[in-house]
Structure formats: structure tokens, C-alpha cells
Design a protein around this ligand. Structure first.
Ligand SMILES: [Fe+2]
Length: 286
């Protein structure tokens, strides 16, 4: 089994909630994760001070292989020259690479795409044809049986609620390609509310034997939650088993000053890279 801890939209700066951040740092070691995924928007306004605080927080999470990607808030909004000339300079200096990345673990290949598009859009994001090819290339080398995981800050589909969120540019085309590549799961942020679903609920004009499991995290540590997670905070724990996946959505409970499981979702892994193509039974929930 391989376990990924996904935190998102930390938003260091005025929206950051230290009490919630401390609760996340308290629970994180007990989750026994194998890797930490940070799916963008580590700051509110991309200032060096906010990045320093975000880095210090991330460094207090368990010391594990880590994959972080920037979000649109990690690009300066008002420092126009910087936005044009080196939009992710501060992110790179304090957090890590801003390029598309691959993390290979025993049991999974994780591709993280930088979907910020500071020269095209302020908040919306974009996935390009080049990034689709980058993903195809990275997954072509995935060992048999390895889960194929994709991380992007922006959502490929909006949450299934009444709030309207525009999908990122190029998202539909990319989703179709990712289904064909056998991507098992996409981890995203940006929406500031969690939902766990299946791409087939939104896209059904490609192969329909299986979709991609969509795992959106709310804001893990800021007051920017929306919809069902307005003034709430969440993160996800993704367990990758040989033949099934489990996603546990954790929510912060004010009265306990602690995160606790809100829901748990199990899906059979039917992806073509499994040795046995038959649908595997999902074990009963504990
Ligand atoms: Fe955000």
C-alpha cells in the first residue's frame, strides 16, 4: 500500500488560520503517509514573507518525498512587472521547482503539472498540449501495476454544486487524453471545497469503461473555504492498494480543534496497467 497526504490552498498571509495549521501539523505524523502532495496556492499574495512562512510550515510536515506545484495565488497579482517578467520567481526561490514534475514511488507514478497561466488569465489556469505530451511520456515508462496519479492546482471540472467555477483552459481535451493514458486519479485544489467523484459524471464522450477518480481538496489551512466548506478546512488521504483505491476526506472540527475523517470512498482499480484486467472486488469498509 502507498499513502499520499494531499494538502492544498494553504494561503499563507492574512487568510491563514494558525489554529487550523497547528491541527494539521498535529495529525499529519499519525497518518503514516509515504509522500506529501501540495496542490498549489501556498500563499495569498506571493510575497517573500508569505513564501517563507509557507515553506516553514511545509517543512514541519513529515519529512517524506514531496511534490508541490504552484497555484494562481503564488503569482504576484499587483506587482505587474514581476508578474510579466518572472511570475514564479519567489515560488521557485522558497518552495521548489515551478516546472512540470514527476515523482516515481514504489507503486505509483505521480505527474504534477503547473497549470498557472499568468500571461493568459488571472485565476483560471491552463493545461497545454505540451503538458499532455509531458504526461504521456512520463506515464509510458510507468511500471506494470503502478498507479497513475496526476496533480494540478486548477480543476478539470467544477464541483457538483450550485457555485459556478470555470474550468481551466484546455481542460476538456486534456481530460480525454488522460483517460486514454489510464490515469487513475487526479488530485486538485483551487475550488476551496472538497469533492471526490468520477470524470464520467462530467465527461462521457470518450472511453466509458472507466473514468478518472477526481480528488479535490478544500483549503487546508485558510479562511477561504467555499460552498459546503465555507469557513471549513479539509485535506485528503489517498491510499493506493494493489487492486483498489481509498480516499479519506478529512475535515477540521472547530469544537474538537482537530481534523477528523468526514467521508471515505473506495474504488476498484480497473486500469489497464493491472496484471489482471478483470474488475477486482473492493473489500468491505472496516
Ligand atoms: Fe486557492
Amino acid at each position: 500500500m502507498l499513502t499520499l497526504l494531499q494538502v492544498s490552498d494553504l494561503h499563507f498571509g492574512p487568510p491563514y488560520l494558525p489554529r487550523v495549521g497547528d491541527a494539521l501539523l498535529r495529525i499529519a505524523p499519525s497518518l503514516r503517509a509515504d509522500a506529501v502532495i501540495v496542490s498549489g496556492d501556498v500563499t495569498q499574495r506571493a510575497t517573500p514573507e508569505q513564501f517563507r512562512d509557507a515553506r516553514s510550515f511545509i517543512d514541519q510536515l513529515p519529512r517524506l518525498p514531496r511534490l508541490a506545484i504552484p497555484g494562481n495565488h503564488d503569482v504576484p497579482l499587483f506587482r505587474v512587472w514581476e508578474r510579466l517578467s518572472d511570475p514564479l520567481g519567489e515560488y521557485r526561490r522558497h518552495i521548489g521547482p515551478d516546472c512540470d514534475q514527476v515523482l516515481e514511488l514504489d507503486g505509483a507514478v505521480i505527474v504534477a503539472l503547473n497549470t498557472t497561466a499568468p500571461h493568459r488569465t488571472i485565476a483560471r489556469g491552463q493545461v497545454t498540449g505540451q503538458q499532455i505530451e509531458f504526461t504521456r511520456h512520463a506515464l509510458a515508462k510507468a511500471p506494470l501495476g503502478a498507479a497513475r496519479v496526476l496533480v494540478a492546482h486548477h480543476h478539470f471540472v467544477g464541483a457538483p454544486d450550485q457555485l459556478r467555477d470555470r474550468n481551466m483552459l484546455g481542460g476538456r481535451r486534456a481530460m480525454k487524453a488522460f483517460i486514454e493514458m489510464g490515469v487513475d486519479v487526479i488530485l486538485g485544489g483551487h475550488l476551496h471545497r472538497a469533492f471526490i467523484g468520477n470524470s464520467l459524471d462530467f465527461f462521457f464522450d470518450g472511453p466509458r469503461d472507466r473514468g478518472i477518480i477526481l480528488v479535490q481538496s478544500g483549503t487546508s489551512t485558510s479562511r477561504k473555504g467555499r460552498g459546503r466548506e465555507r469557513e471549513r478546512n479539509s485535506f485528503n488521504l489517498v491510499e493506493i492498494h494493489d487492486t483498489w483505491l481509498q480516499i479519506t476526506h478529512y475535515l477540521y472540527y472547530e469544537r474538537n480543534d482537530a481534523f477528523g475523517p468526514m467521508s471515505r470512498h473506495r474504488f476498484p482499480r480497473t486500469s489497464h496497467q493491472l496484471k489482471d484486467h478483470r474488475l477486482q472486488p473492493v473489500p468491505p469498509a472496516p
